[in-house]
Design a protein around this ligand. Structure first.
Ligand code: FPP
Length: 281
């Protein structure tokens, strides 16, 4: 059930973070708030409802395979996503989120940035629309989308709108996404509301603040997988990962297979999530 904050969030005031969201992805990826999934009790996980991926290692994959640019690694990295999404669907994973481009990735060589955002991304979305419709996948994007190239925005708008009614599973791409930036924007949006209504300050709690972050209707990831052996979060969903189970895989992203995903889900199902509680019973 959407609470007052959620309703307020979906009818944003002009100039707020909410307005930013509406002007970008929320216009095309309109949101319907669902109940919070944060669990405060001890539970033994089975299939994760939401798996997030930090797809790392494309550049090293390209070098390892004798390519003279990193671009071939990104091309291959995009290709493997479809089979992973299918594997997720078959296992009953409802939400899959992929970190494609961070707010810090603009520092990469301009040819690489241009390739990912102006070539690969629009091409990928165009190519995968049928797949998403056939499998009833709802597509969303999160991040500061307004900074993306026009061709990417057009493709995102098309796919978000076309898949809006799909309900079997949810795929989200994080694009020009930075968690610290998202949190700061959320604080600003909250502060703007609190100027008009200071009573909001005392009643704010973590689940209420969550509504000021991007895509508040997504449940928190249950499992995060980062490939390529690097062990860091790289400004990805820092708020949302508070109680997420994390798995670091040594393989480079283009080599990550559905079997690896299944193994990750099996490992997840062997873990006990405690949410700060002690082991009881
Ligand atoms: C990290 O590997 C990868 C990225 C920053 C880009 C991720 C993008 C993709 C997987 C392509 C998906 C694209 C679409 C459009 C769905 P890296 O380049 O940092 O690799 P390295 O650590 O080996 O250098």
């Amino acid at each position: 059930m959407a609470d007052t904050r959620n309703r307020t969030h979906s009818t944003p005031a002009s100039g707020s973070k909410d307005a930013h969201s509406l002007d970008t992805h929320h216009r095309s990826c309109s949101v319907h708030s669902t109940s919070s999934t944060s669990s405060a009790h001890l539970m033994v996980p089975t299939v994760p409802r939401h798996v997030a991926f930090i797809m790392d290692g494309n550049g090293r994959w390209a070098m390892k395979h004798g390519h003279d640019t990193r671009i071939a690694g990104h091309e291959k990295g995009a290709e493997v996503i479809t089979d992973l999404v299918l594997a997720g669907l078959n296992m009953g994973v409802e939400y899959m989120t992929f970190y494609v481009f961070s707010t810090e990735n603009w520092a990469r060589p301009s040819e690489e940035v241009e390739f990912i955002l102006s070539d690969l991304l629009p091409r990928y979305l165009e190519l995968k629309l049928d797949f998403m419709m056939e499998n009833s996948i709802r597509f969303r994007a999160m991040g500061r989308l307004e900074k993306l190239p026009k061709s990417a925005l057009v493709a995102l708008d098309k796919v978000c709108k076309a898949t809006e009614e799909n309900s079997r599973a949810n795929v989200t791409l994080a694009l020009n996404y930075g968690s610290q930036q998202d949190i700061v924007e959320g604080v600003k949006a909250f502060a703007r509301k609190a100027i008009d209504d200071p009573t909001l300050i005392e009643s704010l709690d973590p689940s209420g603040f969550r509504n000021y972050l991007d895509l508040p209707e997504l449940p928190e990831p249950d499992l995060l997988v980062r490939t390529s052996g690097e062990k860091r979060l790289s400004n990805f969903m820092l708020w949302h990962l508070s109680y997420t189970e994390i798995l670091f895989d040594e393989q480079l992203w283009p080599d990550y297979t559905p079997k690896d995903f299944k193994n990750a889900v099996e490992e997840y199902s062997r873990r006990t999530r405690r949410y700060g509680n002690s082991l009881v019973g």
